[in-house]
Design a protein around this ligand. Structure first.
Ligand SMILES: Nc1ncnc2c1ncn2[C@@H]1O[C@H](COP(=O)(O)OP(=O)(O)OP(=O)(O)O)[C@@H](O)[C@H]1O
Ligand SMILES: [Mg+2]
Length: 317
């Protein structure tokens, strides 16, 4: 099982749209077993995969299991939840652990327990490893995709420290470039803080079973989204001028931050995994295969990149 967060801390760059289409493509066209975890309190992935009536039924039923049920027992001091329920979405193929707006109420809990973890407090560390522990239940899947909101807050810290990989959708604007630097700084800080917490930890039984507590998330690559382009005389799409300047800065910014700083031993890989055009399809994602297949190139780049990165150590540059 490989866990992948689709992440950029710039909002509205197409994270959820890309994730749902990728997950659907991998199941319906490539016959993979895929789970989507909606860890964004905005619940857009959940909303995209259920129609309004289904959504209403789900959220009016007090017994529906959502991501909130994964974290709430921890805030009551009851430890990790025993049974986790996911729902299957035949139209999209994948299973989903549905989101919950109440997850945002737990941002404070995760922040408080993280600072206690830094002082070596076992309980704080257990809370912080919540998504790592959750992933141990999902070993039957080939891919688990996490949809997350556009923040560098404590929920996303816990998710990103738990995942094997992240993929960043990028829009071609200056704020996407700034976001890359923010993400790199955050991942560096979080990883250092987690080492401090583990070094200070007295009670090693506090660590959840079967979790690699020092797992380091790897950057698998980026996808340029909503690329504004015009058609030239020969019918080819070319970047409009305002975007060309920024476009040229994307690869160097990614290289300087995500590759040279986070994974300097993996410089030889190609990190641009695809370009999603500014799709004019009215409804995305869509169970219709012609829509889904628009991400086929990106999906195969992501899966083969992960295979390469899992393989023997990359050659030094
Ligand atoms: N490739 C695309 N082409 C055209 N429209 C797109 C594309 N990707 C996303 N969109 C549209 O852009 C908007 C934002 O997309 P989406 O919700 O996927 O972004 P996001 O990064 O997940 O946002 P957030 O940061 O709020 O979670 C949506 O209205 C979506 O339909
Ligand atoms: Mg989203």
């Amino acid at each position: 099982m490989k866990s992948i967060a689709i992440f950029n801390n710039k909002g509205g760059v197409g994270k959820t749209t890309l994730l749902c289409n990728l997950a659907a493509f991998l199941v319906l066209e490539k016959k993979k077993k895929v789970l989507v975890v909606d860890a964004d309190p905005q619940c857009n992935a959940t909303q995209l995969t259920f129609d309004d009536e289904e959504t209403e039924d789900l959220y009016e039923n007090q017994k529906t299991f959502t991501i909130y049920n994964v974290i709430h027992p921890l805030s009551l001091g009851k430890g990790y939840t025993k049974d986790v329920t996911t729902l299957s979405r035949p139209d999209f193929g994948f299973d989903i652990l549905i989101g919950d707006p109440r997850l945002s109420l737990k941002e404070d809990l995760l922040a408080r327990d993280w600072s206690q973890a830094l002082g070596g407090e076992g309980r704080g560390l257990r809370t912080s490893f919540l998504f790592s522990q959750l992933l141990t239940r999902f070993q039957d899947y080939e891919y688990v995709f996490f949809d997350v909101g556009p923040s560098l807050g404590s929920i996303n810290r816990s998710v990103l420290l738990a995942c094997d990989y992240f993929v960043s959708p990028m829009t071609i604007d200056i704020f996407s470039l700034k976001a890359v630097e923010n993400i790199r700084i955050s991942i560096e800080n979080w990883t250092k803080q987690r080492s401090t917490a583990l070094d200070n930890l007295q009670d090693h039984d506090a660590l959840p079973d079967e979790v690699d507590p020092r797992l380091t998330i790897k950057f698998a690559g980026y996808v340029t989204q909503q690329y504004k382009a015009k058609t030239d005389g020969s019918g080819n799409l070319v970047a409009v001028k305002a975007y060309e300047k920024i476009m040229r800065r994307v690869a160097p910014t990614i290289k300087a931050n995500f590759i040279e700083k986070l994974q300097p031993n993996k410089q030889s890989l190609e990190y641009q995994l695809g370009t999603i055009p500014n799709l004019v399809i009215p409804e995305l994602p869509n169970p219709d295969s012609s829509c889904r297949c628009l991400v086929s190139g990106t999906a195969s780049q992501i899966t083969s990149q992960i295979k390469d990165m899992d393989g023997p150590n990359q050659a030094q540059p």
